[in-house]
Structure formats: C-alpha cells, structure tokens
Design a protein around this ligand. Structure first.
Ligand SMILES: Cc1cc2nc3c(=O)[nH]c(=O)nc-3n(C[C@H](O)[C@H](O)[C@H](O)COP(=O)(O)OP(=O)(O)OC[C@H]3O[C@@H](n4cnc5c(N)ncnc54)[C@H](O)[C@@H]3O)c2cc1C
Length: 244
C-alpha cells in the first residue's frame, strides 16, 4: 500500500512501487484546516497543501502569525512534516518538524533579491555565503539559487541569486549586511517590505506576476514547478571550495 498526501516525493514513493501491484491510499481530499489563534495551533489534515495552510493562517490569524515550513505551495502537509521541512523561517524557528506550532512574525518583514554572474564575482560570493549564512543574525535567512545564464555579451555564465527574508526593518538589515556580508553590496533598492504571506508569493516569483494570496489555494495550476523535472535534496556536509 502506498500513502499519498501532496504527491511531491522526489522518488515517487507515494505513487509507485517496484514490487508489483499495489493499493494507493490517496489523502488528497482530506484537507481541512482549523486555526486556533488563542493557542497558536492549527489542526491540518494530511492532504492539505502548504499553500492552503499559509492562506488559512493569513485569513484567520492575521499578519503576525506564520508557519515555518517550505516554499512550494503544492507540497502536501503529510509527507512534508514527516520529512523535516526547511523554509524561509528556518533560521528563526528551525525545522517545522521541530516546531509544529504557529509562530509570531512582525506585521511586515523585509525581503531582498540580488543576482550576480560569474563576472560580477558570483563564485567568491557563494564561497562567502557558505561561511556566513548559517551563522547570521537569527532573523536573517539567505538562500542562493544557481542557474545557467548569459552575460551582457551573450557568453555563457552562471547566475547566483541571493534571496532573503529578514524578520526586521530595512534600517536594521542594511547595517547588518554591511557587517556580515558586505561583499554582496546590498542596496536599499534591492529590498522590499511586505507581510509574511506576501513574502511567500515573493519567493515563488508570483508577486511580479501580479498574483494575490488566493493563488496559494489553487492546486497544480499555480505551481511554478509544473514542468516535469527530477530533483534530489541533500545536505552539503563539507563546504564546496571556490575552485569547486
Ligand atoms: C517542487 C518541490 C518543492 C519542494 N520544496 C520544499 C521546501 O521548500 N522545503 C522542504 O523542506 N521540502 C521541500 N520539498 C520536499 C517535500 O517536502 C517532500 O518531498 C515531502 O515529503 C513531500 O510531501 P507530500 O505529501 O507532497 O508528498 P507525498 O509524495 O504524498 O509523500 C511523501 C512521503 O510521505 C509519505 N506520506 C505522505 N502522507 C503520509 C501520511 N499521512 N502518513 C504516512 N506517510 C505519509 C508518502 O508515502 C511518501 O513516502 C519540495 C519538493 C518538491 C517536489
């Protein structure tokens, strides 16, 4: 028997088997969500998605409440929570599986996005990031997305995009970055202030597409990862050298 919640297992464990015929117990429609703001808890059925949970929190608990789980809105709660769960609030609240309670966030958080190509020093920046990102101010999360790109002359390059969420103000963030990670050269215009639920859309790239929070409750349609792909998730145990 296979059990499926959101169906986002990287190895397809929830919907395939090499052992011959099997039964699939699909929890897709078990998706109710109850938010209790007085106890800061939520009862969430296994088949609900992260997007549905985030949307329900924002609707019922307001801008000061969040849940520190993953980025992709169509991941299912059932498989997600049992697997650890890393997201933009991991520095402040650790893994969702450790936390499993709603958390308090400021009514507005800061986000920034800064991209650098190889010519703009991306390699050294990624090396520096490895050395500082885990040990920054506990309110500051910075991730890197590395993608192949072309530079201004049309030559192949790699673009490193530094995406961040900070549980504080711009006035606090800029000096903090100036001390901890000055090489990135973060500017005021790279930063934006918004509610936590908007930051969920920001990390998905939905804000630039003019979408609002209700997109988080759409299943499949809204998924930026709708194009089939194969992925693997692991932890880097040793720093990747600059040469690497
Ligand atoms: C596009 C994408 C983005 C992702 N982003 C993040 C991220 O930002 N952060 C992060 O931490 N992870 C992320 N992940 C990984 C994701 O959290 C895991 O793959 C998770 O296990 C998926 O849960 P699911 O319910 O959607 O998957 P499913 O495939 O339904 O389930 C995954 C596993 O859990 C089992 N399972 C599901 N429900 C139950 C249940 N109720 N009881 C017992 N077992 C159950 C299944 O049998 C299967 O083995 C991402 C994955 C994808 C594909």
């Amino acid at each position: 028997m296979r059990v499926r919640s959101g169906g986002h297992d990287y190895e397809g464990l929830s919907y395939s088997s090499t052992l011959g015929p099997f039964i699939l117990l699909d929890l897709f429609n078990l998706r109710s969500i109850g938010i209790d703001v007085t106890s800061n808890t939520a009862w969430v059925q296994s088949g609900a998605t992260l997007g549905e949970l985030y949307h329900a929190i924002s609707e019922k608990a307001g801008p000061n409440v969040a849940f520190p789980a993953g980025v992709c809105p169509t991941v299912g709660i059932g498989g997600h929570l049992s697997g650890g769960v890393l997201g933009t609030l991991v520095m402040a609240f650790r893994l969702a599986a450790d936390q499993v309670t709603l958390v308090q966030v400021p009514p507005n958080v800061m986000v920034f996005s800064a991209s650098r190509t190889l010519n703009q020093g991306a390699t050294k920046l990624v090396t520096k990031w490895q050395n500082v990102a885990y040990d920054l101010d506990g309110r500051l999360f910075i991730r890197i997305v590395l993608v192949p790109d072309e530079d201004e002359k049309g030559n192949k390059t790699v673009k490193a995009t530094f995406n961040s969420l900070f549980l504080g103000s711009k006035a606090e963030l800029l000096p903090l970055m100036g001390v901890s990670f000055p090489e990135l050269g973060l500017r005021e215009e790279d930063c934006a202030e918004m509610s936590w639920i908007k930051s969920v859309l920001y990390f998905l790239g939905y804000l630039s597409g003019g979408k609002n929070e209700s997109v988080l409750t759409e299943r499949g349609v809204a998924d930026p990862f709708i194009t089939p792909f194969k992925a693997k998730s692991d932890f880097v145990r040793n720093l990747v050298s600059e040469q690497g």
